[in-house]
Design a protein around this ligand. Structure first.
Ligand code: SAM
Length: 226
C-alpha cells in the first residue's frame, strides 16, 4: 500500500474513533438497562436512564447529587455511567423515612396512604444490596438523611438530579438549598414538571437556567445553569 493511501486510512480510523467509543458506551448502557433496570424499584423510565448516562459520558462530572433515591432506578444508572468514566461520585440523598415523605401533604392527598405505608426499610436494603452486587458502592456516597441535613455536607455540584417529594413545599426547599451549589454551566435534571405542585419551586430554575433536553413527554427536563 502506498504511504499516501496508508495515511488516509490512518486518518479515517482516527476520525472514526470518538464515535466508536461513544457507540461502545451506548451499547454498554443499553445492555445495563436491559439486564438490570427492571430490578430497580422506582419511576425512572428507560428513556430517562439512557439520557442520564449519555450526559455523564459527555460531561464527565466529578460531583453528582441525587435528591430522592428510592430503590435506585435513576441512581444506579448514574453510578454505572460514572464507573464507565472511571471517575466521579454520586451523593445519594434520601432519608428512606415514611414520615418525611408525607411531611407536607394532608391525609386527604391521593399520595398520602401509599407513602405512609410503603416499606422504605426494604426499599433501602434492596437498593444497597444492588449497589453492592453491581460493584457500584464506591461510586455512591449514601446520605441516609433529609436534604435539609445533607446539604451542609455537599460542596459544589456538577450535576444535580431533583427527584425528592413532589409537593410544593419540598420542591421549594430542595431547589433553594441545592441550586446555589450547582456550578455555573452545571446541569440539573428536574421531574414531575407537569404537576402543578412543582411549578412554584421550579420557577426559580426556569429564571436562571436554559432548557437543554426534554424526556418522558416533557415531564422530566434537563436544565443548564446560566
Ligand atoms: C419520587 S421518589 C424518587 C424516585 C427515584 N429517583 C426514581 O427514579 O425511582 C422520592 C424519594 O424522595 C425521598 N424523600 C422524602 N423526603 C425526602 C427529603 N426530605 N430529602 C430527600 N429525599 C426525600 C423519598 O424517600 C423517596 O424515596
Amino acid at each position: 500500500m502506498k504511504p499516501m493511501t496508508l495515511s488516509i486510512l490512518f486518518f479515517c480510523i482516527l476520525s472514526y474513533l470518538p464515535f466508536g467509543f461513544t457507540g461502545k458506551k451506548t451499547a454498554q448502557y443499553e445492555r445495563f438497562i436491559a439486564q438490570h433496570h427492571h430490578t430497580f424499584p422506582g419511576w425512572c423510565s428507560k428513556e430517562k436512564a439512557l439520557a442520564m448516562m449519555e450526559l455523564i459520558d459527555k460531561l464527565e462530572p466529578l460531583t453528582c447529587v441525587e435528591i430522592g433515591v428510592f430503590g435506585g432506578a435513576s441512581l444506579l444508572p448514574t453510578a454505572y455511567a460514572l464507573e464507565l468514566n472511571h471517575k466521579g461520585i454520586v451523593f445519594a440523598v434520601d432519608p428512606w423515612n415514611n414520615d418525611e415523605c408525607v411531611k407536607y401533604i394532608t391525609p386527604q392527598s391521593p399520595d398520602y396512604s401509599w407513602w405512609k405505608q410503603v416499606n422504605l426499610k426494604e426499599v433501602y436494603s434492596k437498593f444497597a444490596s444492588k449497589a453492592k452486587s453491581l460493584n457500584l458502592l464506591h461510586r455512591c456516597l449514601i446520605l441516609k438523611e433529609t436534604t435539609t441535613i445533607a446539604f451542609s455536607r455537599i460542596g459544589t455540584i456538577d450535576l444535580l438530579h431533583i427527584d425528592g417529594n413532589h409537593d410544593e413545599q419540598s420542591v421549594i426547599n430542595d431547589v433553594s438549598l441545592f441550586f446555589p451549589k450547582v456550578r455555573k454551566s452545571g446541569y440539573i435534571w428536574i421531574n414531575a414538571v407537569k404537576r402543578q405542585s412543582t411549578e412554584k419551586g421550579y420557577q426559580e430554575l426556569f429564571k436562571n437556567c436554559k432548557i437543554i433536553q426534554s424526556v418522558d413527554n416533557g415531564n422530566c427536563l434537563l436544565l443548564q445553569k446560566l
